[in-house]
Design a protein around this ligand. Sequence first.
Ligand SMILES: Cc1cc2nc3c(=O)[nH]c(=O)nc-3n(C[C@H](O)[C@H](O)[C@H](O)COP(=O)(O)OP(=O)(O)OC[C@H]3O[C@@H](n4cnc5c(N)ncnc54)[C@H](O)[C@@H]3O)c2cc1C
Length: 407
Amino acid sequence: MGDLSLFFDDHHEMIREMVREFARAEIAPVAAEYDESEAFPWPNGAKMAELGLFGIPFQEEYGGAGMDLLAAALAVEELARVDASHSIMVGAHTSLAATPIARWGTEDQKRRFLAPLAGGRVLGGFGLTEPGSGSDAAAMRTIAQKKGDRWILNGQKTWITHGGVGEIFVVGAVTSPNKGARGITVFILTKETCDLDIAREIGFGHAQELEPMPGFSVGQKLRKLGWNASDTRELIFEDVEVPEDQVLGEVDRGFPIFLDTLDGGRIGIAAHALGIAQGALDEAVRYTGEREQFGKKLNDFQGVQFMLAEMQLKVHAARMMTYHAARLRMDGKPHKKEASMAKLFASETAMDVTTKAVQLHGGYGYSREYPVERMMRDAKITEIGEGTSEIQKIVISRELLHEHGQG
Ligand SMILES: Cc1cc2nc3c(=O)[nH]c(=O)nc-3n(C[C@H](O)[C@H](O)[C@H](O)COP(=O)(O)OP(=O)(O)OC[C@H]3O[C@@H](n4cnc5c(N)ncnc54)[C@H](O)[C@@H]3O)c2cc1C
């Protein structure tokens, strides 16, 4: 991987090694099994909570590890290198649910909601996408109407990671209709995990003190091409009463919170995609060093070496872009364009490198016996979630033109 001291402090190396060892010992042996059964990996979730992986960048006074975004990105990368369903558990929870509360929450909200999330007691989720609004998130239909000192929420979200298993959700709703992005507010909602018995048994995934909100329910688990062990569902709101003190930020000023959250989340998805790509490259190097055809190891053929070189080149570039974007955000510097570029490049790299890894495995690559098949399926979502590749190009070109006084 080369010397990364340009980006790393001591704790970055330490967390990378710790998560790498955990993923090798605890996740690699069961990843294919969870992909096949589509069951949520609760036991490993509990172990990750024990290691503090759900609160890496958050302050210790709220149950976090007091580290930073790069440390969180490295953990996500190392998990994804072995299994993307495990990685997205930490990634979505950290960047989409806990981070907006950490950055925009009141002291009271941080104590009540960030602490159980960062302390790894419950899982969190982020509800922006709706059946009729994905890329055009400001066109959401979920509505919140003021009644006395409460907001009444009605509507539906879809494709929500941790929809069933999670207990704390950061959700957007229209509070001033006809004002588009300037009429959206963010709310913090709570419900019970759908796997209450398991959560109680393993001591992870449920917090007694969080009150489930009547009218807040979820749909069936959605079946997918990849991320099969990740829990993805619809969220349904039927006259959900939300107290005023569960508005995150200001009324009608929620859209900038979503945009800021997505800027950070895209660095997380870039790290996740980078991890998948690195994992597929590792597998390709291993396999082509073992398999023989025409009396030689596959990686003795220059055609194979050239493919490996192209894969390594892209993985390295994706790593530089991801760590650079993480450093910019950590240092409070502008990073919107860099986050989008890292996400776009790393996700396309993940798709390309996993496809090449399957190719290098020949027919075995197409079988479920080898992890590259799962990695290729898992890679695709990184080009879609948290803004599709097309949306990243819109963001990048908008920023570019703005820098040149145009657009
Ligand atoms: C497994 C999974 C997990 C997810 N988790 C979450 C979650 O936790 N929370 C959440 O809120 N959402 C989540 N999502 C939703 C995800 O963010 C959306 O699917 C994504 O933003 C795209 O929206 P869409 O599916 O409605 O596609 P659409 O917006 O309908 O896009 C369809 C196609 O049209 C293209 N397109 C759209 N607009 C333009 C344009 N202006 N120019 C060019 N092309 C365009 C898109 O790039 C895409 O190729 C998840 C999705 C999946 C599949």
